[in-house]
Ligand binder design. Structure first.
Ligand code: HEC
Ligand code: HEC
Length: 349
């Protein structure tokens, strides 16, 4: 009886705590990681990565901190937009259904948000390669007036004044004095861990899955027509190319960075891993479906001074062959990656 009384006596306190914690965001955050931990291995048969965390030792604490920063709206001026707003895990960290980025105050950017994975193999970032280090990359969206519109000094002071971050920086970097550099290092640990290497295609190449006749035919056609630019295993050669979208360029792409006529209208070849998950397509999101993309390569390639030589002779594909290529492209979807709980938003329990 006394036991029961005690319990009932505590109930109101318990409920008010519950109520309190559902309004307060911080206490419900789950930073726990599953047992399979945080380490970086180069998948078998892949090239040597450009970035291997040298000078930024990868730790569980650094990764967890980077993940929280990636999903934290505090990084934007009005605390409404996080990196994860435009880079969604279910879309392989692209922005599903958005032609161009949709940022702070409802403002639109000029380019389609690319997916984020296997970044350690990139030496340059963005469609035009305008950023040349993964550890400075976040500065661009944070300060961009149509993305997050914030000042790094303000971000740092918001984080320093936060109840959680100083301890997390202390755990990760052995100091609770927060700096932009450490903020970016933690974010590089999170982004560098986003490895997508478990698609059906990967299982097939490791002899752990079989392809259907249509997938096999698609693979073979892909190797003949597409692989010079979308080169396996990353499915990009990481070069800047013009795939014939326009005759006159509304966006000069790489040409904006180098100011060279030879680069005008060229863009970093996007990886086709997870491509079925991240429509719309191209730097300006002009195509909604893979069928439209294939139609472009067969009938829509436009001539211009910088058109890649691979595409000056039209690609010939029957409708059955186009369908087989699309069937093959779907084998590049990595469900393990998009469901990996290590990469989930820690703010949504
Ligand atoms: C408003 C939407 C938006 C937000 C918010 C945003 N991004 Fe992006 N992100 C984009 C767009 C659009 C691009 C392509 C920009 C370009 O090419 O000029 C991009 C490009 C990138 C790339 C380059 C990928 C590649 O393949 O080269 C990385 C990495 C990235 N963002 C990480 C981040 C991080 C980290 C944050 C948070 C600090 C962030 N993004 C916030 C829209 C967004
Ligand atoms: C000459 C190099 C080249 C060849 C060959 C090539 N592509 Fe591309 N591809 C590109 C470039 C560059 C882009 C990005 C263009 C842009 O957005 O301005 C691209 C974009 C794409 C996209 C959109 C990806 C996204 O995330 O937006 C798909 C899908 C695609 N290509 C599929 C193919 C297929 C399938 C083939 C073979 C039939 C092929 N490509 C052949 C260079 C090439």
């Amino acid at each position: 009886m006394i036991q029961k009384m005690k319990l009932y006596g505590w109930l109101p306190v318990f409920f008010s705590l519950l109520l309190f914690s559902s309004c307060e965001r911080d206490p419900v955050v789950k930073e726990e990681l599953p047992a399979d931990n945080i380490y970086f291995v180069v998948p078998q048969g892949w090239p040597t990565p450009h970035y291997d965390f040298t000078g930024n030792a990868l730790t569980k604490e650094g990764f967890v901190l980077g993940r929280r920063l990636f999903y934290d709206t505090k990084l934007s001026k009005d605390n409404t937009i996080s990196c994860g707003s435009c880079h969604q895990q279910f879309a392989a960290f692209a922005h599903l259904d958005h032609k161009v980025s949709h940022g702070i105050y409802g403002l639109l950017g000029i380019r389609n948000a690319p997916p984020i994975f296997n970044l350690n193999w990139h030496s340059e970032f963005m469609w035009d390669g305008g950023i040349n280090h993964i550890e400075v990359q976040p500065l661009a969206p944070i300060t961009n007036p149509v993305e997050m519109d914030e000042d790094m000094a303000v971000v740092v002071s918001k984080l320093q004044g936060d109840a959680t971050y100083p301890k997390m920086f202390k755990d990760a970097f052995d100091t609770d004095i927060i700096t932009s550099q450490l903020t970016f290092k933690a974010m590089a640990q999170f982004m560098g861990m986003l490895i997508s290497d478990k698609s059906k295609y990967d299982l097939y190449t490791r002899g752990e899955a079989t392809f259907t006749a249509s997938e096999l035919n698609g693979l073979s056609l892909f190797q003949q027509k597409c692989n010079t630019c979308h080169t396996a295993p990353l499915f990009t050669n990481l070069q800047y190319m013009n795939n014939g979208l326009d005759t006159v360029f509304a966006d000069a792409g790489r040409g904006k960075i180098t100011m060279m006529a030879a680069d005008s209208g060229t863009f970093k070849v996007p990886s086709l891993r997870n491509v079925a998950l991240s429509p719309p397509y191209m730097h300006d999101g002009r195509f909604n479906t893979l069928e439209q993309v294939l139609e472009h390569y067969v009938h829509g390639v436009k001539n211009s001074a910088t058109l890649s030589t691979e595409l000056t002779t039209p690609i010939v594909l029957s409708s059955g062959e186009k369908a087989d290529i699309i069937t093959f492209l779907k084998t590049l979807t990595d469900n393990t990656f998009i469901k990996d709980s290590r990469f989930k938003d820690p703010f949504t329990p």
